[in-house]
Ligand binder design. Sequence first.
Ligand code: ZN
Ligand code: ZN
Ligand code: FE
Length: 739
Amino acid sequence: MLNIKIFGIVQGVGFRPFVKNLADANKIVGNVANRGSYVEIFAQGDDFNLKNFLNALQTKNPPRSAILKVDSNFLPDKTFFDFKIVESVHESGDIFVSPDISICEQCKEELFDKNNRRYLHPFINCTACGPRLTILKNMPYDRERTSMSDFPMCDACKNEYFDKNSRRFDAQPICCNDCGCEVYIIGKNLRGHDAIKFSRKILAQGGIIAIKGIGGFHLACDARNFSAIQRIRTSKIRPNKPFAVMFKDISAIQRECLLSDVEKSFLDSPQKPIVLLNKKIGSIAQNVAPNINKLGVLLPYTPLHLLIFDFPDEIKNFPDALIMTSGNPSGVPISIDDDDAIKNFDFCDAILSHNRRILLRADDSVADFVENRPSMIRRSRGFAPLPIFFASNKKSVLALGGELKNTFCLAKNDLFYASPYIGDCENLQTVEILEKSIDRMKNLLEIQPEVVICDKHPRYHTSELAKTISDALNVPLIKIQHHYAHILSCLAENNHHGEVIGVAFDGTGFGDDKTVWGGEFFICDTKNYERAASIEPFLQAGGDKSAREGWRIALNFINLDIARELSLSDEKNMRGVKFLLEKDINCVVSTSVGRIFDAIAAILGVCKVSTYEGEAAMRLQALAEKSVHKSQISSKFMTTAEIFHEILNRRLNGENICDLARLFHERLAEMAAQMIFGLSERSKIKNVALSGGVFQNSLLTTLLTEKLRQFGLKILLHRLIPCNDGGICLGQAIFAAQT
Ligand code: ZN
Ligand code: ZN
Ligand code: FE
């Protein structure tokens, strides 16, 4: 008899029924069971059949499953009469929780098949698709441990659930039009199909609907309707930040955006992320993503989304593009229940909800493409909490992440589980949700942290929470420098253990010398770092405002006459800031590259005040990409101040703003490259890791990597984990795991 243990994503993807079918086909007797962390099989049969069975297990695994390891060994034979699926026995170990999976092609067909008993059923799913993480209470993944435990199955569903030949054999979230969850309009007596028709009517007339999805609510409206979009902007206090657009299908996307084959397959993958695509001139309203060239695009990923776009009712010409933005007040995590929705979405024309509880939030994931490969900007639904492997001391760790765009990371046995997106922890409500999410994931993954790690920043709310948690658990608390954690996160996802030159270009992070860092060159490995260089320090005047108002940074480099000529701000403000800078009052020393972008955007008249993090840099990149000129390479090394003055002088000479935006990117890449070459020659290190939010700028990243490659250096980039603060929890975690 063979005893086989299969590790990986083998839960919630129809693995046990797959095993039973294979066993039956190969005349194998025995059984299969979920062991929480792995699937265990006892298989008995003749040698030939056993060999085929084992081979098929590893090569024909069901869609969405991912086998990471197979252990098998021989045991003495036992008496079996057939092959059985054993009910779950719980054992702890390495746990792989499946993320949520978008609706599959077969379920899509059944959804619109009049003869199918799930015709137009907004929760249709099967063994290969549907919600997973967001409805899961505990492992192993069985119906009674999900929020589907609220819904007893009808006889027809039960039959499918227990029939090994059914596509829904052992599918935990299974239900139908006669049993299970239901959609409804909050505050109105409209349920099921009536609720969907009502929502479609409002959307077609230019209204706004809050829609409960898999991982939280979205706000939706016609993406061609300028005034509806403006209403969402005003209510969410989000004047310029781009909104994502959900398109009915690929052809609608192709009408509005350029779409390459690789982008298309990623967009249409089971994860269905938001992908940033280059806009064409089309019918999408100008205020969807103002002042940038890209549009965040996604495809419908739940049956409810499909029914909203396409329903057999009297509405003709329903929009094929809808704004689909996370439903949350500014700065607070996405809403997941009706009470929250009623409180937050009073400006909506209706709220389309449902009664399947969301147990863990999951925002949509967002990816850009850099050098023709996806690069995550927000890693959440569909991806989190799949682990990253990194060999360490196998210590159990909790890493709290940064403050903005927070995610946290739990680790055990060299597996690092970065959480779904939480949000901006400047807001105390977000911190509360962070604390609850940590608890939930800790239970789900059965991790008892032996060490807690957080950012060095003394005033981050996440640092406070880290202290509270480590005290309660009575385990050590470690603090780590922000940009070193950025670089470590890049090393972790590239599984790189050796020394690197780490370049962290970022917005803001607390430096070891208590100044603001963000333009750092480290020589480091996973245990130690040396700040080998940085960009030239300058002053940020006026506290928090200096992180939003680039003209304040620009005043470092220019006198008031030029500031007036460029009308950077009003006279009183400019005099005030210049005074602070000259007397060094309410100023902090800074090496933030993010702020240099802000200052350049200000003197080019592109963006003097940012309304969201990274706005100035995104607008500058958008302009640079419009430039047709490639600038000449400067022969001598230029500091950031020298680059600033070159751009300024050319601007005062009336040169084209797009060309100057492009020149700035090139000069910055050139400066970084020269610094890196110098450090590489000195240290003989040939590996370079790029991290920090500034590298979300794909133009800068591409320009710099091209230069570094020419010089024979190997570049480590982020792909799976964001280079922004949404990624630092991983870097923190691998550091703590080695202690
Ligand atoms: Zn399906
Ligand atoms: Zn049913
Ligand atoms: Fe950062």
